[in-house]
Design a protein around this ligand. Sequence first.
Ligand SMILES: [Zn+2]
Length: 158
Amino acid sequence: MLSTIHTVDCIEVITRLRKLGISSYDIGSVLATSIAQRLVRRICKDCCEERPFTDQEKETFERIGKRYDVQYDLEGKHTFKPVGCEKCNNTGFRGRIAANEILSVNDEIKDLIISEGSITDIRAAAHANEYRPLLCDAFTKVLEGHTVISEVRKKLAF
Ligand SMILES: [Zn+2]
C-alpha cells in the first residue's frame, strides 16, 4: 500500500505514525520504505548566466558533505546566476525539480522501530544504511546545474 503523510522528512514518518497511536510493532512490521521530496525551482536555462561557485558556496558544499558523509566533486563545475526573461516571467526560474530522500527499512531499523528506539538511533542506523537527507540530494541538483544554492536555502533552510 502506498500513502502520503506530511512530515519534515522521511524518518519523521515514524514519529508521526507513533503519534497517531499506531503501535511500534505495527509500524515496524508494515513500513517498508519511506520517501520524502521537496520541490525546488529549476533555474531558467534561457536567461541564466553561468558563473563559478564562490568560496563561500564551496565551503557550504564541504560543510554539508562532511556532515552527511557525501563527496561533492566541484572540479570543473559551475553554477548560475538567475536573471529573468519573458519565458520565466522575469523570475529567473522555470519549472520545478524534486529533491528526494529514501528510508529503506532494513532488519536493523525494523528492530529499532519495534523496540521503541529513539528517532536519533533510527537516524544513525539509517545513515549507516546509506540514507542521506533531502539536503544532500538538493546539493547534487545544484552541482548538476538544475537549481542554485540560494533556492535550496530558501526551501530547505540549512
Ligand atoms: Zn528566463
